[in-house]
Write a protein that binds this ligand. Structure first.
Ligand code: AMP
Ligand code: ZN
Length: 105
């Protein structure tokens, strides 16, 4: 989607560094980290939220991406968060999985 900030990041518009990338997703650092380590796993395909995700392959690939990037980065303990809907705190309406590790801020 042209006015979606995460689509723009995926498109390379801001020169955001990707910590990890595969066929299905990119992973980059959250601009406003809420923990020592705060990464976002973002599908390359624009999906508004978990409520709109009906692609079983993409769903599993996103979770496997969490596993792969944490392994690559040597992050052994972490939390995953998916905010779904405005009332739950979703601010960017392009599905993403937060990975939070270390001390929370
Ligand atoms: P959520 O509240 O679950 O929608 O999370 C959106 C997250 O995206 C927040 O933690 C923001 O800090 C983060 N964010 C917003 N814009 C950017 C950006 N340009 N680069 C990296 N992270 C961003
Ligand atoms: Zn998008």
């Amino acid at each position: 989607m042209s006015d979606c900030i995460f689509c723009k990041i995926i498109n390379g518009d801001f020169g955001t560094e990707f910590v990890y990338e595969n066929e299905y997703a990119v992973v980059f650092k959250d601009i406003n980290p809420k923990a020592d380590i705060h990464l976002l796993v973002v599908p390359k395909k624009h999906v508004e939220s978990l409520n709109e995700l009906d692609d079983e392959v993409l769903l599993s690939k996103l979770m496997l991406t969490v596993k792969d990037v944490t392994k690559k980065e040597g992050i052994k303990s972490y939390r995953t968060v998916i905010n779904t809907g405005k009332e739950a705190g979703q601010e960017v309406f392009h599905l993403h999985i937060h990975i939070l590790a270390g001390k929370m801020k």
